[in-house]
Design a protein around this ligand. Structure first.
Ligand SMILES: [Zn+2]
Length: 334
């Protein structure tokens, strides 16, 4: 009976899970999935401590063809020898750290010896930091961040809603200064916010149908967008004006595709790393704050932040970023 079942590996597999030692012995150690069987992915998975989690929206990993690999120490786009690599802190050509520095001594020793477990990462990561890239496309963002500035971020979100993951979330990416230890970050493709709206004229133009569209900058001759002929219309056609810190700024909104993917990504993070709460800092009136948090406010907060909540010198993700759209969407996903 056992021998006849083993001949049909697909049918016997569920039984094999329950009795693998005996079956493996009888079959000479070769039952269950065949060596070399390909594991199918859906193309929507992110990686956290080596485990795959679905998001429901397109994700390209650093492992994938045309992915962006922040583990590599060489430049991605610009040629040059080892001397051209930006070396930070005088010790490593890496653009990230494998140990988050707010670990207890005992946990840091465990991570050094055995690596991260998901349960340990869940204790230590409680912030999701949103940036815009002032690059317009994820391809150009990686070029500037990795090749030129020697920095890193876990995710990039392109105009067409494609999410690129560049590092496992266990790594301490270099994107948010003192919040790097506690956070996961995303760079959202957008041309940014300016006091003078004329700064945006070079990138946002009306097409033949009269729609305002972002004409993404070409880096090395290509946008890198995965969606051919993608038309990058801001979710709101009009320029959005608003105050960040004490500065009145003008900015065009993200695309609908970016909101759809960011919502699903945020909902995924809030579930996989549950100390990241689906909330953003608010003022006493209940409005999303547009000012920096004090050190004690930041210490007490866990959830979703803009970069401007961390530093007075930063204004991303800008006044056009639609916080209620993100937060309401995340609640509906849960
Ligand atoms: Zn930023």
């Amino acid at each position: 009976m056992i021998i006849s079942l083993i001949r049909d590996r697909r049918r016997v597999f569920p039984l094999f899970v329950l009795s693998c030692v005996g079956a493996a012995t009888l079959a000479g150690g070769c039952v269950g999935p065949r060596p070399g069987d390909r594991i199918k992915r859906c193309g929507d998975e992110i990686v956290v401590c080596g485990q795959f989690f679905h998001t429901g929206v397109p994700v390209v990993l650093w492992l994938d063809p045309k992915g962006y690999d922040a583990y590599r120490i060489e430049n991605r786009f610009e040629s040059g020898g080892r001397d051209s690599i930006p070396v930070r802190k005088g010790a490593t050509p890496n653009r990230y750290d494998s140990v988050r520095r707010h670990l207890s001594e005992a946990d840091a020793a465990i991570v050094r010896a055995d690596g991260w477990s998901l349960s340990m990462l869940q204790q230590y990561v409680d912030l999701f930091v949103l940036h815009y890239d002032v690059c317009g496309t994820s391809r150009r963002c990686f070029h500037v961040l990795h090749d030129r500035r020697g920095l890193s971020v876990h995710f990039m979100l392109d105009l067409d809603g494609t999410i690129y993951q560049t590092l496992d979330l266990k790594e301490r990416a270099w994107h948010a200064g003192p919040a790097n230890d506690r956070s996961v970050g995303v760079e959202i493709a957008n041309m940014g916010a300016y006091e003078d709206p004329a700064e945006l004229d070079a990138w946002y133009q009306r097409d033949s149908a009269g729609r305002v569209v972002l004409i993404p900058p070409l880096t090395f001759g290509a946008t890198g967008l995965r969606t051919a002929e993608f038309v990058a219309m801001p979710a709101r056609a009009e320029l959005v004006r608003g105050r960040i810190h004490d500065r009145m700024l003008n900015q065009y909104d993200l695309t609908d595709a970016q909101y759809a993917s960011l919502t699903r990504l945020t909902a995924t993070l809030c579930r996989v790393l549950p100390r990241i709460r689906p909330v953003a800092p608010r003022n006493v009136d209940g409005e999303i704050r547009s000012t920096v948090l004090s050190a004690s406010e930041l210490a007490d907060f866990s959830g979703i932040l803009g970069h401007y909540h961390l530093s007075e010198s930063k204004v991303d993700p800008g006044p056009a970023f639609d916080w209620p759209r993100l937060l309401d969407g995340v609640r509906r996903c849960r």
